[in-house]
Ligand binder design. Structure first.
Ligand code: SAH
Length: 243
């Protein structure tokens, strides 16, 4: 019986893969990977390594999670070293915890290999620090993808009245709703917001605006994209370095 390494692939730039993740990719007998994991990482695998794509696209999953769990489990029965490669960090909206519970319940050993999350690195490449002395003392990472159940909203909007930096993942398709909600809870229409598409890659594109105009400016950006809200967005004027 093999062991499963729930491994973070980093946010896009292949050089943001950790040394540990790279070693496991090189040792893997099988790599089960997502759409968000940079496919160039697979070139590092040894000859004969098997690749299984279980791509997920933001809200619509190519494979249901239960099937992905099963693929990982069956791979562990068959191979020694199983790398489950996920974009960013495996436990930041990555469902790595669910996969580990599934494996644990079936007696399969696993390890988490943290990855650099897009939530921090993508704003960083855009010249937006998630915290900055004198501007904000904390940041939140929130899913923009709320439950389809209209009875309740999973996002506790009233908690977001503070000046924390807010990073929304999986939120581009909800950009209009998110900016409207933030105005509703009392943020000014001029409050700074940025949308960053394909961050840390050669296709990176950042659009900066206000809660009032961001939807019109950024709605057509390609995914993956994340949203940063907060005064730290203004620092981009001085800190932009990558694009
Ligand atoms: N586990 C991942 C996040 C998974 S949720 C991590 O730690 O980064 C997927 C969301 O991450 C996307 O919808 C998008 O909002 C964000 N994302 C991932 N890679 C990105 C990139 N290169 N540029 C912009 N957003 C990205």
């Amino acid at each position: 019986m093999g062991k499963v390494y729930l491994t973070g692939a980093g946010p896009g730039d292949i050089e943001l893969l950790t040394v540990k993740a790279l070693r496991l990719v090189q040792e893997a007998d099988v790599i089960i990977y997502d759409r968000l994991a940079n496919p160039d990482i697979l070139k590092e695998a040894k000859n004969g390594c098997e690749f299984i794509y279980v791509g997920k696209e933001d809200s619509h999953h190519t494979l249901p999670q239960e099937e992905i769990n099963q693929v990982i489990y069956e791979s562990a029965l068959q191979y020694e070293t199983v790398v489950r490669l996920k974009g960013g960090d495996p436990l930041v909206f990555g469902r790595g915890g669910e996969e580990a519970i599934y494996l644990n319940e079936r007696g399969i050993k696993f390890e988490f290999i943290p990855g650099i999350t897009s939530a921090i690195a993508v704003p960083e490449y855009a010249g937006i620090p998630v915290t900055h002395r004198g501007i904000t003392v904390s940041f939140r990472v929130v899913t923009g993808h709320e439950s389809r159940n209209k009875e309740y909203s999973q996002i506790p909007w009233d908690n977001y009245k503070t000046d924390d930096t807010i990073v929304f993942l999986m939120g581009l398709h909800r950009l209009k709703h998110i900016s409207k909600k933030l105005i509703e809870i009392g943020k000014s229409k001029d409050y700074p917001i940025a949308v960053i598409s394909r961050g840390t890659t050669k296709d990176a594109k950042t659009v900066v605006g206000t809660l009032e105009n961001i939807y019109e400016k950024a709605k057509d950006l390609p995914t993956p994209a994340l949203i940063v809200v907060g005064e730290v967005v203004n620092l981009r004027e001085q800190l932009s370095w990558f694009e």
